[in-house]
Write a protein that binds this ligand. Structure first.
Ligand code: NAD
Length: 489
């Protein structure tokens, strides 16, 4: 009898290496049946509501408010009322509140992670290891600046702007909230924030954190609703709009605010180039490509959705990529083994399917990793397209899904030319062992962030933002606080 056979007497040896399900329990999350609007530290009722779903099985989770124009005006008035006190208390006091929020977020991390995956569809290992810790880190980071504004901007006098209207998308609901609220509060502003319609629940749970932290009433107000609520916020008596979302809506907001004295920052779409040279560490690059496009189902503004491969390594790289794709586990977002979760909404799934059909029609070759998709809910298998021309829609438009377009290049000049051939300019990746080439490329790539031999790295101290149709203004770091301040000499 072999050792393995002996052991199997007591506990059976697995027949293959598939993972057993490891679902995270949802018991930690206590959902209310219906949520109101969090205004002036109170929960207010709204006339209209809608149901928010879980994309993993389309089950209803809760009813949330659809804020009307009057509700928006009310929330903005509450923020104006709170501004006088909040902007004049000592910066060290504001720091304490921000630290408190950060600590409570860290303490309640599991609850937030489960709810984020339940409402948004992203794998629990991502909400647990990326979204929630990074959100807390942003509050910690900006807590550190709140009492040091005069050192942060030497020889200038920093003054809070007033009320900031903040509108965020559905792909990183809690993290985008942190990117917006933390610097605004540190700088002494008050806030009215509108989460995206499909993913309001972690923002609503965050109101509970604000109460726990005893943040003064009206400093942060959270209103839910669709685009019409966002538009009403843009038109309201705010002093600044901070918007993250699609380029189309960003442009509409910019037109709307032209000629007003409201400040504006826009964090919009992207179509990042991930550029792989033949001298790179190939296996490491494959991991970076996979992470770059399949992280959060590709619902990432800076996703590496255009892969540029140097011709000499095209075949081995694509082969390795396909092999690695076959190991991705697609399924229940709450399973700790899941790599690729559910698509956020039916609408987003339709958009992905439409662009994938256009890719096939235009002549690109599609490959999908073999996987069994759940019957209920919204799903799309990890996909790559080869034989893609620069002009194809899948190489030009933001798909915002787990779909990669593979193109080739021969020289660094050609890589730059092709990579920059897009209306967007949010991020890019370069894979090479030559440091000099990394610097040469970074200087020429028209992208707000350039990662070298890695991808999708975020840090609260590091500014993030775009060129061209990816928007203007920066979030993160000191740069992220500037748009919330009037800096006089
Ligand atoms: P979206 O533009 O449809 O919606 C974003 C937010 O704007 C939502 O809260 C929505 O309700 C609101 N909105 C819709 N119409 C509005 C209007 N007329 N006036 C005011 N607000 C309005 O975008 P989305 O589909 O939720 O998000 C995906 C987009 O966000 C992608 O293009 C992605 O690249 C982008 N994004 C960018 C960044 C970044 O930092 N650059 C980060 C995350 C997402």
């Amino acid at each position: 009898m072999t050792d393995v056979e002996k052991r199997s007497d007591r506990s059976p040896v697995p027949q293959d290496w598939t993972y057993a399900p490891a679902p995270e329990s949802t018991e930690i999350v206590e959902l209310r049946e219906r949520y109101g609007l969090y205004v002036g530290g109170e929960w207010l009722d709204a006339k209209e509501r809608y149901t928010t779903l879980s994309p993993r099985d389309e089950s209803p989770l809760a009813e949330v408010a659809q804020a009307s124009e009057a509700d928006v005006r009310n929330a903005v008035a509450a923020a104006h009322d709170a501004f006088g006190t909040w902007s004049t208390i000592a910066g060290s006091e504001r720091s304490k509140y921000l630290f408190r929020i950060a600590r409570i977020l860290a303490e309640r991390a599991r609850e937030f992670a489960v709810l984020e995956s339940l409402n948004g569809g992203k794998p629990i290992k991502e909400s647990r290891d990326v979204d929630v810790p990074l959100a807390a880190a942003h509050f910690f980071y900006y807590a550190g600046w709140a009492d040091k504004l005069e050192y942060a901007f030497p020889n200038r006098t920093p003054k809070a702007l007033g009320v900031a209207g903040q509108i965020i998308p559905w792909n990183f609901p809690l993290l985008m909230l942190a990117w917006k609220i933390a610097p605004a509060l540190a700088a002494g502003n008050t806030v009215v924030l509108k989460p995206a319609e499909t993913t309001p629940l972690t923002a609503l749970l965050f109101c509970d954190v604000l109460r726990q932290a005893e943040l003064p009433a009206g400093v942060v107000n959270i209103i839910t609703g669709d685009g019409s609520t966002g538009a009403a916020l843009v038109d309201s008596e705010v002093d600044k709009i901070a918007f993250t979302g699609s380029t189309e809506v960003g442009k509409a907001i910019q037109r709307r605010l032209a000629g007003t004295d409201k400040r504006l920052t826009l964090e919009l779409g992207g179509k990042a180039a991930n550029i792989v040279f033949d001298d790179c560490a190939l296996d490491q690059a494959v991991e970076g490509i996979i992470n770059g496009i399949y992280f959060n189902q590709g619902h990432v503004c800076c996703a590496g959705s255009r892969l540029f491969v140097q011709e000499s390594i095209y075949e081995p790289l694509v082969e390795k990529l396909k092999k690695r794709m076959a190991t991705l586990r697609v399924g229940d977002p709450l399973d700790k083994n899941t790599d690729v979760g559910a698509i956020n909404s039916r609408e987003q799934l339709d958009r992905i399917e439409e662009l994938v059909a256009a890719g096939k029609d235009e002549g690109a070759e599609m490959y999908q990793a073999p996987c069994r998709l759940p019957e209920r809910g919204y799903w799309f298998a990890p996909t790559i397209f080869t034989n893609v021309a620069q002009s194809y829609r899948i190489a030009q438009e933001e798909i915002f899904g787990p779909v990669l377009s593979v193109l080739t290049f021969r020289t660094p000049d050609e890589a730059i030319e092709k990579a920059n051939n897009t209306p967007y300019g949010l991020s890019a990746g370069v894979w090479t062992e030559k440091g000099s080439r990394i610097l040469w490329m970074a200087e020429r790539l028209r992208a707000g962030v350039v990662w070298a031999n890695t991808f999708n790295r975020f840090d609260p101290a590091s500014p993030f933002g775009g060129y061209k149709e990816s928007g203007f203004g920066r979030e993160g770091g000191l740069h992220g606080m500037e748009p919330y301040l009037e800096l006089t000499a």
